[in-house]
Design a protein around this ligand. Structure first.
Ligand code: 13P
Length: 358
């Protein structure tokens, strides 16, 4: 696979002020979110919900890439049209989550290690043949008393780098997602310290594993105080801390940084991304984009609740949040979107989504 193809795909994922929509929840995570809203936890309900997403009219105007899950990439619309065809016809690049989940790490109470390297080369080959052009792997770092440990950070960073090398070998752009979780009482300063250490370690390993920086996308958390921290910070302070942290740790050759939403409400995630672009866009080496799951999907799922009659309304809510984030990439979110009546309908109930178990 030529390096040029990887570079072009990575650039395309952050081009034109678009971003990624993650719809790669594993079945247990998808079922959990359905259960919270009284939606049946069946294969058909998951298929119908994912059909709602991929058939949202004009989604390709705001979304460059869709991250799928193994069940979803093989799925089809009720009329038999494969999801992959619908996605490509909409001008959207299909991608696939390839880790097999964050598991308890032996000898490291309270910490997780992401699994999925065994057999990965073969799985990547199959996904590439099916039409996927990028992949995703999520590592999870928890902040708490005495954690994260170096052992956990290093093991996860090495797994991310080995995954990334295998992706590039298969012609897939790796989305590298080391997520420092929001859960906890820690301050924003502590989140900044941990995020910087994690990112520096990840990029050290990426260098050791000979991964091409121009052919990857970083998907980090924003730098935020823990959810239970008494001192929460205003949007501009979060924007400044996040960009400063990234400037310390992310090489300029990386084409794009696409944030995860991590349990923030859709509106806050957009406002924070917007503030970063308002304040820094012209001075940064990489594009600051989005790769949200809950931050885009949650209002749509709440409207849909498994009812076929609500599909159109849910699609409007999904497209609305996708548009908000495109505006946030331009630093035009508040002026263009605040006061729009759909905003209240698309409010994300953060309290119902605090635990990310993707
Ligand atoms: P959230 O935006 O809901 O954090 O999900 C992003 C993601 O892809 C997690 O792996």
């Amino acid at each position: 696979m030529s390096a040029l193809t990887l570079i072009e795909t990575a650039k395309a994922l952050v081009a034109d002020d678009k971003g990624l929509l993650a719809m790669d929840e594993s079945n247990p995570t998808c079922n959990k979110r359905f259960a919270a809203l009284g939606i049946p936890q069946t294969h058909e309900a998951r298929r119908a919900y994912r059909e709602l997403i991929v058939t949202t009219p004009n989604l390709g105007e705001c979304i460059s890439g869709l991250i799928l899950y193994d069940e979803t990439i093989r799925e089809a619309k009720k009329d038999g049209t494969p999801f992959l065809k619908i996605i490509v016809d909409a001008g959207i690049i299909p991608g696939i989550k390839v880790d097999t989940g964050a598991k308890d790490m032996a000898g490291h109470p309270g910490e997780k290690i992401t699994e999925g390297l065994d057999g990965l080369r073969e799985r990547l080959k199959e996904y590439a043949q099916m039409g996927a052009r990028f992949a995703k792997w999520r590592a999870v770092i928890t902040i708490g008393p005495g954690i994260p440990s170096r052992g956990c950070i290093e093991a996860n960073a090495q797994a991310l780098a080995r995954y990334a090398a295998l992706c590039q070998e298969a012609g897939l752009v790796p989305i590298i997602e080391p997520e420092v979780l929001m859960e906890g009482e820690h301050t924003m300063a502590r989140c900044c310290e941990v995020t910087e250490e994690v990112l520096r370690t990840v990029f050290d390993e990426i260098y050791e594993q000979r991964v091409m920086l121009e052919g990857l996308i970083l998907k980090p958390n924003m730098v935020l105080p823990g959810l239970a921290c008494p001192q929460q910070e205003v949007v501009d302070v979060v924007a400044d801390a996040t960009v400063k942290c990234l400037l310390h740790a992310v090489p300029a050759a990386v084409p794009g940084i696409a944030f995860l939403s991590g349990g923030q409400s859709g509106e806050l995630a957009s406002a924070r991304l917007d503030a970063m672009n308002v304040r820094f866009r012209k001075r940064l080496p990489w594009a600051l984009a989005f790769s949200f799951a809950r931050g885009i999907q949650q209002p749509a799922m709440e409207i849909w609740r498994g009812q076929e009659t609500r599909v159109h309304l849910a699609q409007e809510a999904l497209l609305y949040r996708a548009k908000c984030n495109r505006m946030a990439r331009r630093g035009e979110y508040p002026a263009a979107m605040k006061g729009n009546s759909t905003a209240s309908a698309s409010r994300c109930d953060a309290s119902s989504n605090l635990v990310s178990t993707n």
